[in-house]
Write a protein that binds this ligand. Structure first.
Ligand code: NDP
Length: 276
């Protein structure tokens, strides 16, 4: 019997996850199917339960359901508890197990694929939604010199900085700052974790932010550079990347969670880039 998996979100038509998991399954010789499921905004839980009733083994969860998915879980991994959001559900023995692989995906892409060492670097994350939640603790674990979060709705950034605390003495506390407080500041790494690029908008940012030695990373990916990436280039950013590598890496981690096999990602990333 083919094991059934899916990604669930709203919208979902743009998702590349079915292609990525098809590549992983082919590579690993695993007999799985992987669909994209659109859940009505007020019927997330019902849609998940129907998938489970139909024999589904696991789901990836994307925008805007990561926190609702968290609330549905019977068990959570430590990293999911820390994040307060999940992107990977495993259905087993009548239970829903929740995990988050976004953080691992981001770190693997930035350090492994892009060769940027995070340790000792200053980082600014803009955005405080599900994606930011999943990536702050793993970023902190890389021992940056400073990890700052700023969001259009400041209270959400402040809440994340309060919730995600250092796990050992080496780690710094996350600082939540307003855009005004960060005017004219400079960071080694600037991560756009807002959904602004999804609507082809530039996110609100600190005024006059200095980007001339900054590695700028947009979690969004598209065939053409996003407005955020263009803005960074125009303002002299040292390097610019989109989030396609993160997407492939977080998918690989989910595949590992479900199937116990860690797929090779470099060739899949090249294929996905060519297919954009
Ligand atoms: P959420 O909807 O949970 O959060 C959206 C965040 O973006 C909020 O903090 C919101 O601020 C902020 N925001 C939206 N529009 C603007 C704007 N115009 N200016 C400033 N801030 C804005 O989304 P997610 O966290 O799940 O996803 C964020 C992005 O990350 C998406 O583009 C998504 O595609 C991408 N992503 C990529 C992944 C990958 O593997 N490459 C994995 C996961 C996500 P406010 O709180 O004020 O509303």
């Amino acid at each position: 019997m083919t094991d059934r998996y899916a990604v669930i979100g709203n919208p979902i038509a743009h998702s590349k996850s079915p292609q990525i998991h098809a590549e992983f399954a082919k590579q690993a010789g695993e007999d799985i199917s992987y669909a994209a499921i659109l859940a009505p905004l007020n019927e997330f839980e019902k849609t998940v339960r129907e998938f489970i009733a139909g024999g589904g083994k696991g789901m990836n969860v994307t925008l805007p359901f990561k926190q609702q998915a968290y609330a549905m879980c019977n068990e959570l991994t430590e990293r999911a508890q820390l994040a307060g959001a999940v992107n990977t559900l495993t259905f087993s023995g009548g239970k829903i197990l929740g995990d988050t692989t976004d953080g691992k995906g981001l770190i693997r892409d930035i350090i492994g694929n892009l060769g940027f060492d995070i340790e000792g670097k200053s980082i600014l994350v803009i955005g405080a939604g599900g994606a930011a939640r999943g990536t702050l603790a793993p970023l902190l674990r890389c021992n940056p010199s400073r990890l700052v979060i700023a969001n259009r709705t400041h209270a959400k950034a402040a809440e994340l900085a309060r919730l995600i605390t250092p796990q050992d003495k080496k780690q710094k506390h996350i600082e939540a700052k307003t855009f005004e407080q960060l005017a004219s500041e400079k960071f080694d790494l600037l991560i756009n974790a807002t959904s602004a690029s999804l609507t082809n908008a530039l996110p609100e940012m600190p005024k006059n932010i200095q980007l001339n030695q900054t590695f700028t990373y947009d979690m969004m990916y598209a065939k053409l550079p996003t407005l955020f990436m263009k803005f960074a280039k125009q303002h002299g950013a040292a390097r610019v990347s989109d989030g396609l590598g993160m997407l492939v890496e977080q998918a690989a981690e989910s595949f590992f969670v479900w199937r116990g096999v860690r797929p090779e990602t470099k060739s899949v990333l090249i294929k996905m880039r060519a297919a954009l």
